[in-house]
Structures are given as C-alpha cells and as structure tokens.
Design a protein around this ligand. Structure first.
Ligand code: SF4
Ligand code: SF4
Length: 384
C-alpha cells in the first residue's frame, strides 16, 4: 500500500490511522473458498450450490486426502479460508482442522450448533432469509422454522453474526428480523437475495425499484443499532447499485475468481485487477470452479456481499480523491478484516459506531431505481 501523497494527509486523522495500521500489520490476505462437504440438511429455494449441481463433486472419503489438501494449501501460502458447503456443521472434524491452520470464516444454516470448544473465536455467519414466515417458506419447505432453531442455538454467542439475505420485495421485514437478531445478542451482516431459482416478482432485483427500499431500511438499522450492524452504508450502496466509480458490477471486474482456472482466462486477460491467489474449491478438493458462487452463473443475478467487499478492497487508488472516499475504502477493508477476526476483535467492537457515524454522513443516497448490473458476456464470446 502506498503511504505518500494524499494518503499521508488522510492518515493524520488518528482514527483512520488506527484502522489503517491494524490492516497493514495483518498483511495481505491469500484467500480460498472451500466446499467442506457436499451434504446439506436443507434444500433452500435459490441455493446456488444445488442449483448448479455442485453437490455432484463429492468430498474425499479418506481423512488422509483431506489432510493432504490442507498441507498443499499451507505450502501454497493460503492464510484465509471461507468455508461454505453443503452444510459445514455436518463436518465438524474437518472444520476444526481448517480453523486450526488458517483464518477462517464459516457459513452455516444454524440448524446444528458449532460448539465453542475447539472453535472459540471462529466467525460464524448464520444464514437467515427473512422473517419467520419468509424463512420458513424459502428454506424450511413451508414447515420448518429454521430461523427459530438457529436463534436458540446461537443465543448470546459472540462468535455469531447473522448473514441476513434480503429479497428486494421484503424490505418491510428488515426491522423485525434485525430486532430478533440483536435481542438474541448477535450482530448482523446483510446480503442480497439472488433470484437464481427464477422466482420473479418480489424476489427479482430487476423488478420495480430493485433494492432501493432494502437499502433505505439498512441505513435505518445502522442508525438504530450502530454497534450491531456489520455492513456500512457505503458497502450497501455499492452492492445495490452495482456501481464503483467508472465500473459496473459483473464478471469482467469481479475479483473473486479462480485465477488459474481456464474458464477465467478472458477475465484475467482483460487487465482488471484480481487476487492471483484465490481459488474456489469444489467439495472434491481437487477441482475448482469459476468463482465462489458458480461455474456458469449469470453475473447479473449476483449480489453477494463478500465479493463486493473484495471489489472495493482491491481499488484503494480509486478512493484516494478525498478523505471521505478514503474513509469509505478503509472502513470497508477494516470491517472485512475485523468480521473475520484477522485484526483485534475487542478494539473493533469499540470502533464500529464511529465507523458508521463517519460513513453514513459521507454516503449520498442515489435515486431509487433498478440496479445497473452489467450483462455477463456470453461465455463463447468471452473465451474466444
Ligand atoms: S443451507 Fe446453504 S447449502 Fe444448504 S440448501 Fe440452504 S443455501 Fe444451500
Ligand atoms: S457470479 Fe458473482 S462472484 Fe461469480 S464471477 Fe459473477 S460476479 Fe463474480
């Protein structure tokens, strides 16, 4: 990271200097994502894992093969693993092996509690897709209250944060879902529903208004619970508008791609920055796919928040035009490191309200309307 020029002036602010120092001392992230298992105890509507047949790549039966994978990644210099699935809590022994060797973040549906013993400071993102009725419909097959079970499993658990995926037409549920999570003693990170299953209507972000109302409600929640919301107003703006300065969100600028997978050759060759270390491993732990969320997925349906974090983080230089812009970049980057416990966690707890205070006042609200997502280039064209 550069330290001269305008950056030096911005870092005269002790608060920003503190955040910046924490990120720098932690160093660069060399990430991978891993499907820990091909098995899940739910079948959610719009789950990319099953929609794209990723469960056909089965996890290795032999523990020795799993251990060899860990050894290879350590040798390669990997230091951060996002564990997804299938459902990682169904493979706790292997989850523990990853946790002991890397900074780790796990996504779980919350039905089976990940114990504290052996996972003392693991960041656990528990998915919820709406209030009890919506979540039951989308994830519980119309019968099972997955949200209620997960709330009970993670009550007052400091490792837990809710990974709340909001559908565009469900902004009215946000307040009561967030209140349930906060009253449960947890924090909340928002994600945005991707209509992979083609449900349409209120589930489709390309309909009336896109995520504009969702975004307004998220800002309200930030104001109300500044010590509990893990998403800044800026990150929410970037995801929901699909805009970052001169760029529009899509495969051509996405940084969370498997760099050495041939499917991404066109993307690598187009000159946009990317993380050369990143790989998205299938459950067999030998094959990789285009990105975390798919092999042949339409990027126009992609609103995944972690990928947008990475998009912002890789573009420091774009954010050097003013102290406000740099603040947006630095707070996004710091939050990524903090949520994933790559920097000191207790000190981040104290900083969170001030981060929100600064970002909220610097982010202008764009006019309501559908997001401007770049259409994904046709694969044949892209690879030709
Ligand atoms: S819990 Fe996760 S992996 Fe399982 S079906 Fe739902 S979204 Fe897919
Ligand atoms: S689906 Fe999302 S994460 Fe995957 S390449 Fe497209 S934009 Fe990137």
């Amino acid at each position: 990271m550069p330290t001269g020029g305008p950056l030096g002036a911005y870092l005269a602010d002790p608060f920003l200097a503190d955040l910046y120092r924490a990120v720098r001392e932690a160093g660069p992230i060399k990430p991978i994502s891993v499907d820990l298992t091909h098995i899940c105890n739910l079948r959610c509507q719009g789950c990319y894992f099953f929609e794209e047949g990723m469960d056909h790549r089965q996890s290795p039966a032999q523990e020795a093969d799993f251990d060899a994978f860990i050894a290879r990644e350590k040798e390669r210099g990997t230091n951060f693993v996002t564990v997804v699935g299938g459902e990682p809590s169904l493979a706790l022994g292997r989850l523990g092996k990853i946790y002991r060797d890397f900074w780790t973040n796990v996504a779980t549906n919350g039905l089976r509690r990940i114990p504290r013993e052996g996972f003392e400071t693991l960041p656990i993102g528990i998915s919820v897709w709406g209030d009890h009725a919506t979540d039951r419909q989308l994830r519980g097959g119309g019968r099972r209250d997955v949200f209620a079970t997960a709330l009970s499993n993670y009550r007052d658990d400091p490792r837990a944060f809710w990974y709340y995926t909001v559908a565009p037409g469900h902004a009215h549920e946000i307040e009561r879902v967030v209140r349930s999570c906060v009253d449960n003693g947890n924090r909340v990170l928002f994600n945005f529903y991707c209509d992979i299953a083609g449900l349409g209507g209120e589930m489709d972000a390309r309909g009336d208004g896109g995520f504009a109302e969702v975004r307004r409600q998220i800002d309200r929640m930030i104001e109300r619970y500044p010590d509990r919301i893990l998403m800044t107003s800026y990150l929410s703006q970037v995801v929901t508008t699909g805009r970052l300065y001169d760029q529009r969100w899509g495969w051509d600028v996405c940084t969370s791609i498997t760099a050495d997978n041939d499917i991404n050759r066109w993307r690598i060759d187009n000159g946009q920055p990317y993380n050369p270390h990143f790989r998205a491993y299938n459950a067999d732990l030998t094959s990789t796919r285009r990105c975390c969320t798919g092999e042949d997925r339409d990027c126009g349906t992609c609103f995944d928040v972690w990928e947008h974090f990475a998009w912002i983080m890789i573009h420091l230089r774009k954010h050097l035009g003013s102290a406000e812009e740099f603040t947006r970049w630095l707070t996004s980057t710091y939050l990524f490191y903090w949520i994933n416990r790559i920097v000191d966690f207790p000190s981040g707890v104290e900083k969170l309200p001030e981060i929100h205070r600064r970002v909220l006042r610097s982010v202008s609200v764009p006019p309501p309307g559908p997001p401007t997502i770049a259409p994904r280039p046709e694969m044949g064209v892209a690879l030709g």
